[in-house]
Design a protein around this ligand. Structure first.
Ligand code: ATP
Length: 255
């Protein structure tokens, strides 16, 4: 089952200006939560406060009852947080398959070396990881690219590769930063289907997205940020009907 996430009173400012201000956000196990909002609303900052790329100035981030807001990124990864960034982050010089296998070792240097050198005592484990990596490549639809150098994959496939890598680490909370941006319509449909499947399997997901239509069809609940604050939180229907949201952001976009 997916993890429960509870963010309470989280704030973060840059140069005295709040990017995220007193944000409360609770994501139940198995929920697919979308976070939307206009440019500069604080979505990426909130994402980084949960993933650990940024530290909170105040407030707490709790995963399954455990405070994680002071932990480094890799420690949060070990506790089950998987991250898919908007810009493809791949390891050049490694094949797509090897890139996905790295996901199972976490993002630590030791894990990376273990994967790269295939030391004898790790071989059985490596075989299991390789099998899992193939599964993840298949799920994300890029099996046929497995042996290609990762940097030669087209953008859509590089994005899928990131998702495959995150899944290979068996996350219990998956953070996705605008996973649909830059994808063609067929790729978007495929992504939506996969996210729906992961949701049915009970994975907890938090998705930042600009494409409001994309998330409104997928999400269980939607949180709307504006100027660093939560201005609405509810089902897609509730958010669509919220006059504050319409005034601040949605306008004609979802009517
Ligand atoms: N590292 C940083 N240094 C200074 N200011 C920052 C930094 N990161 C974010 N900000 C500021 O914090 C505010 C929130 O930015 P953030 O990127 O979190 O918003 P966003 O909702 O993700 O925007 P977008 O949709 O454009 O990606 C913005 O005013 C931004 O300029």
């Amino acid at each position: 089952m997916g993890a429960a996430l509870r963010v309470t009173g989280a704030s973060r400012s840059f140069g005295g200006v709040y990017a995220v201000r007193e944000v409360d956000l609770t994501v139940e196990p198995g929920e697919l939560r979308a976070v939307i909002g206009p440019n500069g609303a604080g979505k990426s900052t909130l994402f980084a406060l949960i993933g650990g790329q940024l530290a909170v100035d105040s407030g707490t981030v709790v995963l399954d009852g455990r405070r994680i807001d002071r932990l480094a990124v890799h420690r949060r990864g070990k506790l089950g947080i998987g991250v898919v960034f908007q810009a493809a982050r791949i390891f050049p010089g490694m094949t797509a398959l090897e890139n996905v296998m790295v996901g199972a070792h976490g993002t630590t240097r030791a894990g990376f070396v273990t994967a790269a050198l295939r030391l004898p005592r790790f071989r059985a484990e490596e075989r299991a990881i390789e099998a899992r990596a193939w599964e993840c490549l298949a799920r994300t639809g890029i099996e046929e690219w497995a042996d290609r150098p990762a940097e030669t994959l087209p953008l859509g496939q590089q994005r899928a590769l990131q998702l495959a890598r995150a899944l290979c680490g068996r996350p219990r909370l998956l953070l996705l930063d605008e996973p649909a941006s830059g994808l063609r319509s067929g790729e978007r449909k495929r992504l939506a289907a996969l996210l729906g499947e992961l949701r049915r399997e009970g994975l907890t997901m938090l998705l930042i997205e600009h494409d409001v239509g994309f998330v409104m069809r997928l999400a269980d609940r939607v949180t709307v940020l504006d100027l660093g604050r939560v201005i609405a939180d509810g089902t897609p229907e509730q958010v669509r009907a919220d006059s504050t949201v319409i005034d601040a952001y949605l306008g004609e976009a979802v009517t």
